[in-house]
Design a protein around this ligand. Structure first.
Ligand SMILES: [Zn+2]
Ligand SMILES: [Zn+2]
Length: 584
């Protein structure tokens, strides 16, 4: 009997390595999905595959010691499938799925229904996207019963669309996908160094294409490309030539892997990080300095300038290093030339306090003490407990009696943790711009986050008046999730931003950069506009659970894209200085 195609490794006498097992799990998931299985079951296999790709421990050890279920994401049923695949290279479940479904159905179902995949397999023996494209180009699809010239054209257009367009996903999801891809690329002995480039490296809010640079030792490009092509998550290889491969990942993301020689790593990484606009401006600077710049790096009088690290490129151009998050052609090259570009951008480790945290007093999942212990575990110095105010009844906002009970609870938790707990609220900004608790209550808090949670559809004039009124209130407040957007699902509400920023600058207020990966409010262009007015910022978590306390990292990404430095962010300061700065 011939070996199944997913049997690719026999290292250490073990049949499959963890990437191959992950690939088999993903194939099970994909085939089940094609068959219309329960989405929860499908997701369990995908989660298991991701757990295997990302785990630091040796799979063989876990299987031998019966500890697979200690890996988060792997339950007992999945553990036995994994052990079976690892030890025998087979899974009866996968074999049965493959028997029931036409070959190549997973990649073909990206452009065809399962029934059509079966029909084309029976009529023309088509079992891959490449087969399908060849047949369509040769005009052989139109003669199959149930198909026609129109369908044939549509198939070609859909294949082309697959190649050029990925599905946009959120930054935190793309980061997870990028980490998994890097882990795979780095596992190849042919690869000297692998990093993410493109929009993900620039930390854009949404990503539709992963770009990775996987630099290889001399003569190893083919090996590296073969290894990349075995990426367990890849549904299809869309394109491949001598220097790169493009693959389709299950959630619709395209992944592009380049394999330059190790000596060209830095220049390729820089070029593929982009943006085109940023690179075009650098070329102009290069010319002014007597240099030429292209995708292979810099030359002077036809002789190549040595570039070992990206920083060498900027040094040759007599510019300060421009961080990837700034390379958007939004004035960063001009600012670098004139010496006005901020160079000490905020870093995750600068943040000392977690701002804007919810507990189960409102709509959070965890208790005050659990959240506080979570902050302790992250080494934080302080944390603001800011549950919702009464108007946010749908989020279980706190009337005064429950607010007082929460204060008692904060005092009790404080005795058990190191992190300093600060009392706060996320107060609704009411329709007339007033805040939701009476002034004497607000005065007893350490911090007020003021946010809009209802009546998003006000017109720009009304909404501007509402927020300006809120910002002008005499208490210091932090403007929470500024424009109420959800990335990809709800647009920011309409306002006259300059008017609001003028009011914030004249008032006792700071602006929050919301780290919830679905919000990431506000956009970098507004952050830049605000910082020119000297407005202070905080990086908030908007955490509704202990896990979400780590949202700080997405907030820092956005802050860097808005050119913010440590000095401009209030929660990089020590607890007393922070308290003084935000005291209502
Ligand atoms: Zn809120
Ligand atoms: Zn909130």
């Amino acid at each position: 009997m011939s070996a199944p195609p997913y049997l690719i490794s026999r290292d250490n006498n073990e049949v499959l390595d963890r990437f191959s097992v992950a690939r088999a799990l993903r194939e099970i998931a994909s085939l089940m999905q094609v068959e219309g299985a329960n989405p929860f079951k499908v997701r369990a296999y995908e989660r298991g595959a991701r757990a295997l790709e990302g785990m630091p421990e040796d799979l063989g050890t876990l299987v031998r010691e019966g500890r697979l279920t200690s890996v988060p994401g792997i339950g007992s049923a999945l553990a036995s499938t994994i052990a079976e695949l690892f030890q025998t290279g087979r899974s009866p479940q996968l074999d049965k799925l493959r028997e029931r479904l036409p070959p190549g159905v997973v990649e073909l179902s990206q452009v065809l229904s399962t029934a059509k995949v079966g029909a084309l397999h029976r009529a023309l023996g088509i079992s891959s996207l490449a087969d399908l494209e060849t047949a369509a180009r040769a005009g052989r699809i139109r003669d199959v019963k149930g198909f026609g010239a129109k369908t044939e054209q549509k198939i070609l257009a859909d294949i082309e669309a697959l190649r050029t367009r990925g599905t946009e996903i959120l930054l935190h999801e793309a980061t997870r996908e990028g980490d998994a891809l890097l882990a795979h690329l780095r596992a190849s002995p042919a690869v000297a160094r692998a990093e993410i480039a493109g929009a993900l490296r620039r930390r854009r809010e949404t990503i539709d294409r992963l770009v990775a640079v996987s630099a290889v030792e001399k003569g190893m490009a083919e090996d590296a490309l073969d290894h990349a092509a075995r990426y367990p998550a890849a549904v299809t290889v869309l394109e491949r030539d001598a220097t790169r491969i493009v693959m389709r990942l299950p959630d619709g993301l395209n992944a592009e892997v380049h394999v330059p020689p190790a000596a060209r790593f830095a220049t390729t990484w820089h070029w593929l990080t982009g943006t085109e606009g940023h690179l075009a401006k650098l070329k102009v600077v290069a010319e002014a300095r007597g240099l030429e710049m292209d995708e292979d790096g810099l030359t002077r009088g036809g002789r190549r300038v040595s570039v070992k690290e990206e920083a060498d490129i900027y040094r040759e151009l007599e510019l300060p290093f421009i961080e990837p998050e700034l390379r958007e052609d939004e004035g960063e090259v001009e600012a670098a030339v004139t010496g006005t570009l901020p160079t000490d951008l905020l870093r995750v480790e600068d943040v000392q306090g977690l701002v804007h945290c919810h507990t189960h007093y409102s709509d959070g999942k965890n208790s005050v003490e659990e959240m506080a212990r979570g902050a302790d575990a992250l080494g934080m110095k302080y944390m603001t407990i800011t549950d919702h105010s009464p108007t946010a009844f749908y989020a279980n906002g706190l009337p005064l009696d429950r607010l007082h009970r929460q204060w008692d609870d904060i005092a009790k938790a404080q005795e058990k943790v190191k992190v300093r707990l600060l009392r706060g609220t996320e107060s609704d900004i009411l329709a007339d711009g007033s805040l939701d608790y009476p002034d004497e209550v607000l005065g007893q808090l350490d911090v007020i986050v003021a946010s809009v949670h209802n009546r998003h559809k006000m017109d720009a004039d009304q909404m501007t008046r509402r927020i300006v009124a809120a910002m002008r209130r005499p208490q210091f407040k932090i403007w929470g999730h500024a424009l109420g957007r959800y990335v990809l699902t709800r647009p920011p509400f309409a306002v006259h931003m300059e008017k609001i920023l003028d009011a914030v600058a004249e008032s006792r207020a700071a602006i929050e950069i919301n780290g919830d990966p679905h919000r990431l409010d506000m956009e970098p262009r507004w952050v830049r506009m605000a910082r020119t007015r000297g407005i202070p910022f905080v990086i908030s978590t908007d955490a509704h659970s202990v896990n979400a306390l780590r949202n700080v990292r997405w907030g820092v990404d956005m802050a860097r894209r808005g050119w913010l430095t440590k000095a401009e962010v209030l929660n990089t300061r020590g607890v007393e200085e922070f308290r003084q700065a935000v005291r209502p």
